[in-house]
Design a protein around this ligand. Structure first.
Ligand code: AHR
Ligand code: AHR
Length: 496
């Protein structure tokens, strides 16, 4: 047993938590759309062809924004293929993942789904094989006037009108050699600026996300971001960054210090945003859209990522364990700690493809990471508080000793304090005291995600091996929560 304290002050704010950091990502990839959210042949299909069981499970995760339609897919996607009468839509060879795209699900099906689920849509435009004009036409289609031919077509295509699409990504991972239409940062900057200019002329209210470095290992990390941001200039509202963490080495202790690497990436990307704004003598800085994040490595190989002409193919259907869930919690805690700069974040993805939910025939499985995400639901609104930590440490590769307990805290207007904590230690139970400058804290709820085996997974045979449970705290003005080794805790306390 060891002791630790989260030292908090109600007026030491890190920033207001933007609800959009609890976003998701739905790509036309593998069985995410087809056999995932959309499957008219399923016994679970509703009148729109969507799987009720999948939507019910996703509803529990209460995603705020939903990024669509890719990902690598978008760089060879023409949005016009996915609108109009379904029988007239073309079937295309898809080059990002090697599949066949039937286009039976497209813009209007997705927007109708967003309406039903309460998701705010976040579109990515094709800056690979697409043109700035095609991107601006898509904005006209979803957000424009009914007077133009494109607007009239929309009115014909969509049974019900939907809200305008407020957020648009200028391409996807254009720095990556794998990306269709990959180009240099300068070339991308020119094309992205042209697209941004036209898109904002169509609808000046939209916000734009510049495609940044897709992974810190890329040789152009940070320099790509600088060149692209400078080129897009005042049209840039956000800079995108992505991160997929792995445990190839099988070193649980090292893997569970991942939060430090996430913090580092955020501060480095933030530095570029501030530098470019400073150089432009601008007071309007771009913020961070961490618009793809997750754990992904077991299925990260050519055979797992290439459909070879099959549709729909089982692509990257990663099966997650407890450690992965603890790392997912660290991603979200890091975004909360950096609430002043991270305004949007999207877990990649939501169903079947590196996802919290898996389907097989009529069956549905909630993975370990599902519970980690669910533990933030109902605990996401308010201001993030600076978190002072005192307690034990664990060694992190490249970073020296880091806190044994990773944490985040949110204080809301109803005087509720939400606290999140991951115990990184393999063998120490931690008695965690939460000290809000001496205020009385009464426990309202507290959930624990834990298993004695960090490698434990939820499987079709054992679907509830790792599920969250309710825990009690001890009484007293400063509550003490027991954190068993390798666990995630999320608690809510009434402040008086
Ligand atoms: O989420 C899967 C893929 O990962 C996305 O298509 C791409 O943007 C990233 O490399
Ligand atoms: O994170 C980038 C991914 O790495 C791409 O999606 C994939 O094609 C590459 O191997």
């Amino acid at each position: 047993m060891t002791k630790a304290t989260f030292n908090l002050h109600p007026r030491h704010h890190a920033g207001t938590v933007d609800p959009r950091i609890f976003g998701g990502f739905l790509e036309h990839m593998g069985r995410a759309v087809y056999e995932g959210v959309f499957d008219p042949s399923s016994s679970h299909a509703d009148e729109h062809g969507c799987r009720r069981d999948v939507l019910n499970a996703l509803d529990e995760l209460d995603f705020t924004v939903m990024r669509y339609p890719g990902g690598n897919f978008v760089s060879n996607y023409h949005w016009r293929d996915g609108v109009g009468p379904i029988a007239e839509r073309p079937t295309r060879r898809e080059l990002a993942w090697g599949t066949i795209e039937p286009n039976t699900f497209g813009t209007n099906e997705f927007l109708a789904l967003c309406d039903r689920m309460g998701w705010s849509p976040m579109f990515a435009v094709n800056l690979g094989t697409g043109s700035p004009e095609e991107a601006a036409d898509w904005v006209e289609y979803t957000n424009g006037t009914k007077e133009t031919d494109i607007g009239k077509q929309r009115a014909q295509d969509a049974a019900a009108s939907t809200e305008p699409v407020p957020l648009w990504c200028l391409g996807n991972e254009m720095d990556g050699p794998w990306q269709i239409g990959h180009m240099s940062a300068a070339e991308y900057g020119t094309k992205a600026r042209q697209a941004a200019h036209m898109m904002k002329l169509v609808d000046p209210s939209i916000e734009l996300v510049v495609s940044g470095t897709s992974l810190p290992d890329n040789p152009t990390y940070l320099s790509w971001d600088q060149v692209a941001l400078e080129a897009v200039g005042g049209f840039a509202d956000y800079l995108s960054t992505h991160r997929y963490l792995d445990n190839y080495s099988g070193d649980t202790s090292a893997f569970l210090t991942s939060g430090v690497a996430i913090d580092q990436q955020i501060t480095e990307i933030d530095s570029v945003c501030r530098y470019v704004a400073g150089k432009r003598r601008s007071r309007r800085r771009p913020f961070i859209a961490f618009d793809e994040w997750n754990v992904w490595y077991r299925t990260r190989n050519r055979t797992g990522m290439w459909a070879d002409g099959k549709f729909p193919a089982h692509l990257v259907e990663e099966v997650y364990d407890l450690q992965d869930a603890l790392v997912c919690a660290q991603f979200l805690m890091s975004f909360i700690r950096h609430a002043d700069v991270v305004k949007i974040a999207n877990i990649a993805q939501i169903v079947n493809v590196i996802a919290p939910v898996l389907t097989e025939g009529d069956k549905l499985l909630r993975q370990t990471i599902f519970d980690a995400l669910a533990m933030f639901v109902g605990r996401r609104t308010g201001v993030s508080l600076h978190l002072g930590y005192s307690g034990g440490s664990v060694p992190a590769p490249d970073f020296g000793d880091v806190a044994m307990v990773d944490g985040a805290a949110i204080l809301n207007e109803d005087k509720e304090l939400h606290v999140f904590a991951v115990n990184r230690s393999a063998d120490s139970t931690v008695e965690l005291e939460i000290d809000l400058s001496g205020a009385d804290l009464e426990m309202v709820s507290c959930d624990l995600l834990h298993h004695s085996n960090p490698m434990m997974q939820n499987t079709w045979d054992n679907p509830n091996a790792v599920r969250r449970s309710v825990i009690e705290t001890s009484d007293g003005p400063s509550p003490v929560v027991q954190l068993p080794p390798h666990c995630f805790v999320a608690g809510t306390f009434k402040v008086s």
